[in-house]
Each structure stands twice: as structure tokens, then as C-alpha cells.
Unconditional design. Structure first.
Length: 286
């Protein structure tokens, strides 16, 4: 018996919804279809004054005959994939009966999503706000564009790369209590950035600036040996041998007190014994 191929209505509705959503996005962004659809239907670059901005956001497009419920179920694996992206992701639902597109910012609703996401759950319900409409011909686009920028700001903050807004007058950092993970990311990026600056000022013979930054870093972060070692090197450059010896000794003590280095290091990383030997050789140069 011959079997005729079929294209189910759900598939046709999904394709139609994606076309409707893409047509509306084109008024203020450049939407593109990824080669592989593994959780994102569109990757879009925001436009401003008809120019590409280098600011991206992702879209998962959904379609329904009639939006009679204000929640959408998303697979846990899909949600985890969205949160891996370097740009914010939006769920946009096209309602055929109302001819409206409703958008949801995943990063802005993350706190509510996490509360609903039980350890064993395979899906999570995401609430839909019918006031978040993406209109035709660029209508009602301003709220969505503002949310893309806000979501990008939040995503950068969560990953320890805060921004202070755009233009000549920049938006200040809001007063907020940050989660432990955000604080750790910010601390790590401060430490990394200062280390690059310290090395730069040493190489450009601006030792007084390197000294100022490194001294601050030894007070800001007492958990890593490397800037204590760097402080010893700076003191040696300044000809202050006793101060240099003090910081080299502190760095060695910190290394000896680290029980996890050899266990957690990569094969290409030096052992803690090798690091201690290197610091001891620096002390011999005093």
C-alpha cells in the first residue's frame, strides 16, 4: 500500500508563525536562520539609525491558533541551551486569531523560571504577558528594542562584564544586591583585568601605577598567590629587597597551603612544587 507524505498542520503553523515574526523583526533588525535548528529559529542583529550595531539576540518562534492560555511549556534542555548563548534569547509567540506576536525575555524572567524548575522536571512553564506585543510594520517595536538592550546589560552583569550604558552620558550602575555567582564573576574579572593592567604598566616602565594597582589587588583578593608574587617583583624593581622578600615569602606560604592545586590542575599546568621553586629562584635574585 502506497503511503503519501504528509505535512502536519502543526508544522505548517510553525512555519507560518516564523514568517510572521521574521517580517516584524526586519523593521529594526537583521534576522537570519541558523543552519542547524537546535533551539533557536532566528539570530538577529539590532539596527540603529539604519546601521548594524553588533548587538545580537536570539529568537525562538512559536505559533498557535488561539492563545487561550498565558503560559508556554519549554524543554529543560532547550532552556539550558538558551542560557549558554552569549546574547539574550526571546520567545515570541504568534497568535493567529488575534494576528499578534507576544514576546518574552528569558533573562528578565530567569528568577521566576528558576523557581519553577524543579531538579527532576523536564519542562518549565514560561508566562506570557499580552502587553508585550510586537506589531506589524515596526509598530510597538520600541519596548522590545529597549528590552533587548536591558537583557544584554543583565547578561553581561551575570557574567561579570557590567556595562555603564551608551553615549556621552552613561547610565550608572544600579543599586542592587547581587547573587553570589554574580559577585564571584565580577571579582574574577576585576582580578584578571588588574593583572593585565599591572603587567602593562610594568612593561611601559610606569612602576608607580603598577605598584598602586598591585597593592590594591593584594588587599582586594587574598586567595591567590600570583599578585603577591607580582608585588614582590615590583618591590625588587624598586630596589626594596626586604619588602620584596616579604611578599615572595607570603606567596610561597599560600602555595604550600593550597591542597587542591595538583589535584585540579590541567596536565599542561605546572605543579605547586614547580611554582614554589620558581618563586624561590626569584628570591635568590635579591
Amino acid at each position: 500500500m502506497k503511503t503519501e507524505p504528509k505535512v502536519p498542520l502543526s508544522r505548517r503553523r510553525g512555519g507560518s508563525a516564523e514568517d510572521e515574526i521574521k517580517a516584524r523583526l526586519k523593521y529594526f533588525s537583521i534576522p537570519a536562520k541558523p543552519e542547524l535548528d537546535i533551539g533557536l529559529d532566528l539570530c538577529c542583529e539590532l539596527l540603529e539609525e539604519e546601521k548594524p550595531t553588533g548587538k545580537f539576540f536570539g529568537v525562538q518562534a512559536k505559533g498557535t491558533e488561539s492563545l487561550d492560555h498565558l503560559a508556554w511549556s519549554i524543554k529543560r534542555t532547550t532552556l539550558e541551551y538558551w542560557l549558554m548563548q552569549s546574547f539574550p534569547v526571546f520567545l515570541i509567540v504568534y497568535d493567529e486569531s488575534a494576528d499578534n506576536c507576544y514576546w518574552i525575555s528569558i533573562i528578565q524572567n530567569l528568577q521566576d523560571i528558576v523557581k519553577k524548575l524543579a531538579p527532576a522536571s523536564k519542562t518549565v512553564s514560561i508566562s506570557i504577558n499580552k502587553s508585550h506585543i510586537l506589531g506589524k510594520c515596526g509598530h510597538q517595536k520600541d519596548d522590545f528594542i529597549r528590552e533587548v538592550k536591558n537583557a544584554t546589560f543583565l547578561l553581561d552583569l551575570f557574567r561579570g562584564r557590567p556595562q555603564l550604558g551608551e553615549g556621552y552620558v552613561r547610565r550608572g550602575a544600579p543599586l542592587a544586591i547581587l547573587s553570589k555567582g554574580v559577585v564571584l564573576n565580577l571579582n574574577e574579572n576585576i582580578r584578571t583585568s588588574l593583572n593585565f593592567l599591572i603587567n602593562h604598566y610594568i612593561c611601559t616602565n610606569k612602576i608607580h601605577i603598577a605598584f598602586f594597582l598591585c597593592e590594591f589587588l593584594t588587599k582586594f583578593d587574598t586567595a591567590h598567590y600570583d599578585h603577591f608574587f607580582k608585588m614582590g617583583q615590583i618591590y625588587r624593581i624598586l630596589g626594596k629587597k626586604e619588602e620584596a622578600r616579604k611578599y615572595f615569602t607570603k606567596a610561597i606560604q599560600m602555595c604550600k597551603a593550597d591542597p587542591n592545586w595538583n589535584r585540579l590542575k590541567k596536565p599542561s599546568d605546572p605543579s605547586i612544587e614547580d611554582i614554589i621553586k620558581m618563586i624561590e629562584n626569584e628570591m635568590k635574585r635579591l
